[in-house]
Design a protein around this ligand. Sequence first.
Ligand code: SF4
Length: 222
Amino acid sequence: MSKIAFSDLSTAAYCPRKLYYRRRDGDFEVPEEVAERRELAFRYEELLATPRDALADLPLAVGPAEFRANLDRARSRFADEWDAIRDPSERERLTEGKDCRGIVHKVLDLGVPTPAMVFTGDPPEEGVWESQSVRAVAAAKALSWEFETPVERAFVEYPTHGEIRELRLHARRKASYRTAMEAVRALDGPPPRLTNDAKCKPCEYRTECGVKTRSLKSLLGF
Ligand code: SF4
């Protein structure tokens, strides 16, 4: 059985139908602005020392003061892990697990190889989005397989906010990973649409998919 890409797992966790469209359209290139934002995650030490005026020139999603405060808080909260977070032992490591494969953005040497995955969008109020959690679990499982050691936590970074979140691979997260794996394996034709306004609204396939977001429904008087 072929190994499933991390990106397919996270897309399936978001919406299996979206994965159907993505696969039909083939690979897409990471836009330049995404690469630029992702790069911020490898410059934390420099960014903590950068004058606030200069931070304003960077592709941040929040103001310089908020960014600095978030990053300072992350450094304090993860004091034991900070050296590994700011200077990972490997970056962009192609990792092959038993069932999945993909790029681990940072490999942190924390006694066991621990993944840190970098996302350029906005974080939720707390924790991480489910599709990103699935991707982080996939990265942890793949590293665990390659290094033949249990990996029970991962980090998720939102560098345009200076936010870093830790996640433990507890049973619920592993169950979400398995559900996404099953959804990818079962993909055969377009799955049903979601009824989740919040997920469909920002989806690039919304028009083609034919879902009506709440604003459109209300415009039409539904
Ligand atoms: S619009 Fe909604 S249902 Fe359609 S592919 Fe996107 S997220 Fe899935």
